[in-house]
Write a protein that binds this ligand. Structure first.
Ligand code: SF4
Ligand code: SF4
Length: 428
């Protein structure tokens, strides 16, 4: 049973120009009027998803979670303040959070986040941020800064408050940055981030050579993680964490009947106040979920998409050795691939599942690892084992130390302008 996830795209404008983002970066903002109208439609949609979907395949109640998303959501605080009042007054709303690059945090915004009790999910590329996340030139909000790492460095006291005890950030892995992923891990840990959510872009962008490099680099990062466990530090790395969780759940119960929330038990509210399965579908205006009926049939049929996007049903997966545990990946890229998982992404899945099993084998007697696995089952992380850093450490110092630690490995510059693609699965 899953809780409905709503992402509210409060603006399509951003102060960063990440070359892999699928949102157009234009001056569009969700207005209060459009939000209020869409909120009524949203409540009907959550009800429909729980009453017309397949039993056990999606939302089975009227409860929901909300995340503000964009563009950069901190650029539309007026809407966030208004919408939060509405969500918090609704007993069916279980959680409200913001997915943000956090470079525009101010004292005033931080105070509001704390007072309103909003969760924060930081989207941050780490070492390569200045290249993969360039500042939009001539934008008022970026004035006084040369690059995004300088922005973060000057706001470390605010970042520390935003990230609270569990230091989490979402880092995308794509062919342009995999050669530095171990150094990036060291950089993030040095900076104070103990839960870096490294995730591979799950689209058809990986060449055979990229996959070969990924195999080598994934092994190197797993070695570094083993060292951390050996030192008594619990560092939670997204892709290995997802794999161990899916293995434990898949082998003891059964794997879940969805890959991601998109269209099975979740939706995005666009800046126009319209609904789509996720922001990626919204960027192409694909599969609108308006609730309108045509000849007695609603335009978006939850039961149909819950069946289509169920990783238990993909014929390709049925003969795969990961069938019992793997949740397949991005629904959007699968729909574009004839409703089947993308071959190159399956290769990546096999690599990081293999590394996850190697980590388990090598760490099985280490106290920090035993504690970690216990928490995967029971939740409720115990601060005793978490890597402690009182501050979000100086970013420039952290880069220097990460470079020293990985001194037998050259730091490869990434060239964002040479990235051959746009529109990749950057989250989810
Ligand atoms: S690796 Fe690919 S084929 Fe195997 S279960 Fe996962 S998505 Fe399916
Ligand atoms: S994984 Fe793909 S389909 Fe799912 S939310 Fe992310 S972008 Fe959308």
């Amino acid at each position: 049973m899953a809780t409905f996830t709503l992402e509210v795209s409060v603006t399509e404008k951003c102060n960063l120009a990440c070359p892999y983002c699928y949102v157009a970066n234009i001056d569009k903002f969700l207005s209060i009027e459009k939000f209020d109208k869409a909120f009524i439609e949203f409540k009907k949609m959550v009800h429909r998803s729980s009453t017309t979907g397949l039993p056990g395949s999606g939302n089975q109640g009227e409860k929901y979670h909300v995340s503000y998303f964009g563009g950069e959501p901190l650029l539309n605080m007026e809407l966030i303040r208004h919408a939060t009042r509405k969500f918090k007054a609704d007993p069916a709303c279980e959680h409200v959070g913001i997915i943000s690059n956090l470079s525009l945090l101010t004292e005033e915004i931080m105070e509001y986040i704390e007072k309103a009790g909003l969760g924060v999910s930081w989207s941050f590329d780490g070492l390569s941020s200045n290249e993969s996340r360039p500042l939009v030139k001539n934008m008022e909000e970026n004035k006084g800064y040369d690059n995004v790492l300088d922005m973060y460095n000057s706001k470390r006291h605010l970042l520390k408050r935003a990230l609270r005890n569990e230091r989490f950030c979402k880092v995308m892995l794509f062919p342009g940055n995999i050669e530095n992923m171990t150094e990036n891990l060291q950089f993030l840990v040095e900076m104070g981030i103990n839960c870096p959510d490294f995730m591979c872009v799950r689209d058809d962008i990986w060449s055979e050579e990229d996959i070969r490099v990924f195999r080598v680099e994934c092994h190197r990062m797993a070695d570094q993680l083993i060292k951390y466990f050996d030192q008594g530090k619990i560092i939670v790395i997204g892709m290995f964490h997802l794999a161990i969780r899916d293995i434990l759940i898949g082998m003891t119960k059964s794997k879940r009947p969805w890959g991601c929330f998109a269209g099975t038990h979740g939706a995005v509210m666009s800046v126009e106040g319209e609904f789509y399965p996720c922001a990626r579908f919204a960027s192409k205006k694909l599969l609108p979920m308006s609730g309108k009926e045509y000849n007695g049939v609603e335009d978006y049929d939850f039961a149909y998409w819950q069946k289509q996007l169920n990783p238990q049903n993909y014929s390709k997966c049925k003969s795969c050795k990961l069938y019992k545990v793997c949740n397949a990946g991005c629904s959007y890229s699968q729909i574009r691939n004839g409703n089947q998982p993308v071959d190159s992404v399956c290769e990546l899945n096999h690599i990081f599942y293999d590394e996850t099993l190697r980590i388990a084998e090598e760490c099985k007697n280490m106290p920090a690892y035993i504690e970690y696995v216990k928490k995967v089952f029971t939740g409720g992380w115990d601060n005793k084992y978490l890597h402690k850093n009182a501050d979000v450490n100086d970013i420039k110092e952290s880069i220097k130390r990460a470079a020293e630690q990985g001194s037998n490995h050259v730091l490869h510059p990434i060239t964002p302008t040479a990235m051959p693609y746009k529109e990749v699965a950057v989250y989810g």
